[in-house]
Ligand binder design. Sequence first.
Ligand code: SF4
Length: 237
Amino acid sequence: MYRALVARYPYAHAELDFETPLQLLVATVLSAQTTDVTVNKVTPGLFARWPSAAALAWADRAEMEAVLKPTGFFRAKTNSVITLSQALVERFGGEVPGRLRDLVTLPGVGRKTANVVLGNAFDVPGITVDTHFGRLVRRFGWTEETDPVKVEHAVGALFPRKDWVMLSHVLIFHGRRTCHAKKPACGACPVSRWCPSYGLGPTDPAVARKLLKFELAPGVTELPDPPPGPLPDEVRE
Ligand code: SF4
């Protein structure tokens, strides 16, 4: 199933734009309750205005709220960014630490955010258990656990560490685009033949195909191709 998902989403990646660990950490905090596409629209302005943890820590609150407004919950998010940046300055010299046990001590940073940052900004293998990941691995029958930390350990035991980051990406891509919470597009799904939950959503290919959702960033053409159908031979084997 993993190989079939990689074949479907070979370009799967962290959908938040960033150049530094700090930018990814802040973008991940901002991505709560909104899409990555929306976060990617505000972060260039945010980091141009306040380019370091120190600058973010002492930012004018009202000014930052105006910048973050499109992401929703902007007052709470402004507070989170400022508090997080102050902790980085006070305890880590303004740098984002590269260890899980340090990252999770930062205000508003849980294991999920920490693993996103470690996996994508520090190349440290990590499994990101967000809502999509948890839902899919239970539908796949890979685990029955519901607690994110237990899911992380259960699925981690099934895969070599080198695959953990890509596994997180392709599952999150699949959850956003095909295996939706409410109506999964089973009839257009590349892992349907192995999935014990096949039939949870429409199985008719034409109906299912209409359910596919692709989050398009401005100017990016990401089409739901290759179309559902026979898998490449090496995957089928
Ligand atoms: S067959 Fe349906 S439930 Fe299973 S992974 Fe595909 S879309 Fe999700």
